[in-house]
Design a protein around this ligand. Structure first.
Ligand code: LLP
Length: 413
């Protein structure tokens, strides 16, 4: 995402040095063009039924951009549903998923007449039928199935195995059919699945697609008119050179092989694939020290800014912006948080660094800012959207004083 003009770093037509003048590090920067290109590429290959999984990056500006690209939204909470509606998504292009939804969540979704509520348990189907009945509505629903396919990804982001908490087991399809037939206020028109994130193997896609086709056919045979087959998200993004190559065209080939001569409307819910590579995190070096022979660069971004390395052992490449030396050193790059897991990278070779220099953490457009926190009472990171030589701060964190104000001291203290 970074390019250089006369040795100065640029994102599109905007100098990173200009951004640092107006925004305190650490912050996230997104390239609008890169998002547009990636969405268009995905639509060209997989078709128009793309529902952006907004959990990956739900800034209102990003949502407005995604909506302008004519894709739908996949939401997993009332908060996300409100965000999608506020950004202008047509309710008919919003899918509501999630393994746990309250009565209020379901009532809100019923009220907003969204495209589909995807249910994840037999109990939830019963509850939704009762709520729809109370409101005198017939509600279109989907069921999320658990296809029992191992996505062979990090265990913490795998969701498609039988023992995972997501979806309803295939063995229970007969029970779903019987239950749905008894529900007066529900119209089952879709099935969905999502076997996990960072799925690179064709075989995992092939197995998932064939399981889902079998399931859809089974519903049809039983007289339930399934129209939509939603095949989830999870497309792989390359974070480091040793990551496997992933080609979305192969997914399309598997899809065509599996769903020939069917009339199902096929859809996908990618998050990461649409936005991860369009974002970076900019951070400054606070201090430099050598502990036990390790050269630490302590930066102002920490696990509170970007939790993926600490939480999943995820790898994000980091590059140095200021190269003031010909000498190269081995560094460990760590955040300021009081946790030993607050380390981004170990054993990285960079030109010798100075306090105040800038580093850029790459591919952080997805599951970056959305997973940030106030831990250690540090502010959330700002976000900037770049569009050619224009930029806008699209998230400005509240001052710590405001956060303190939200705490309530009981009368007896
Ligand atoms: N659909 C459903 C039902 C999902 O649960 C998810 C992600 C997606 C679609 C989008 O998956 P994607 O295309 O972004 O892989 N925080 C983790 C990722 C958790 C993903 C949760 N569900 C990370 O930072 O890697």
């Amino acid at each position: 995402m970074l390019t250089y003009k006369n040795n100065d770093p640029y994102i599109e037509g905007t100098s990173l040095y200009d951004l640092v003048k107006v925004c305190q590090t650490p912050f996230y920067v997104y390239s609008q063009q890169k998002i547009i290109d990636q969405v268009n590429k995905t639509k060209e290959i997989l078709g128009n039924n793309i529902f952006y999984s907004i959990k990956s990056n739900s800034n209102q500006a990003i949502l407005k951009l995604m909506n302008s690209l004519n894709i739908g939204a996949d939401v997993v909470s009332v908060g996300e549903l409100k965000r999608a509606l506020e950004a202008g998504f047509d309710p008919n292009k919003i899918i509501f998923e999630g393994v746990g939804k309250s009565d209020q969540d379901l009532l809100y979704a019923i009220h907003k007449n969204i495209r589909l509520i995807n249910t994840e348990s037999l109990e939830e189907i019963k509850l939704l039928d009762n709520l729809a009945n109370e409101k005198n509505k017939i509600v279109d629903i989907g069921v999320r199935l658990n296809p029992d396919v191992d996505g062979e990804t990090l265990s913490k982001i795998s969701t498609g195995k039988k023992t995972d908490k997501f979806g309803i087991e295939f063995d229970n399809i007969d029970k779903i059919i019987k239950l749905v037939k008894s529900c007066k206020s529900l119209n089952l028109i879709g099935i969905s699945c999502h076997i996990g994130s960072q799925i690179s193997k064709n075989e995992a896609y092939r197995n998932t697609f064939s399981q889902m086709k079998m399931a859809a056919d089974k519903f049809i045979e039983s007289g339930i008119n399934i129209k939509h087959v939603d095949l989830g998200g999870g497309f792989h993004v390359k974070y480091e050179d040793s990551d496997p190559d992933f080609n979305i065209k192969k997914v399309k080939e598997e899809l065509d092989n599996c769903f020939t001569q069917t009339n199902y409307e096929l859809s996908f819910e990618p998050g990461r694939y649409l936005i991860a590579e369009a974002g970076v995190t900019v951070t400054s070096i606070l201090t430099i020290k050598n502990n036990g022979g390790i050269n630490y660069l302590i930066v102002d971004a920490g696990m509170n800014t970007l939790i993926r390395p600490a939480m999943y052992g995820a790898h994000h490449e980091i590059s140095a912006i200021n190269v003031n030396s010909e000498e190269f050193m081995d560094y460990a790059i760590a955040g300021p948080i009081c946790e030993s897991s607050d380390v981004f990278l170990k054993n990285i070779k960079l030109a010798k660094q100075k306090i105040g220099n800038l580093l850029v953490i790459k591919n952080t457009g997805a599951y970056g800012k959305v997973m940030s926190s106030n831990y250690n009472s540090r502010p959330l990171p700002s976000e900037i959207l770049v569009h050619n030589d224009n930029y806008a701060i699209i998230y400005s964190p509240e001052k710590i004083e405001k956060t303190i104000e939200a705490d309530i001291i009981p009368s007896w203290l």
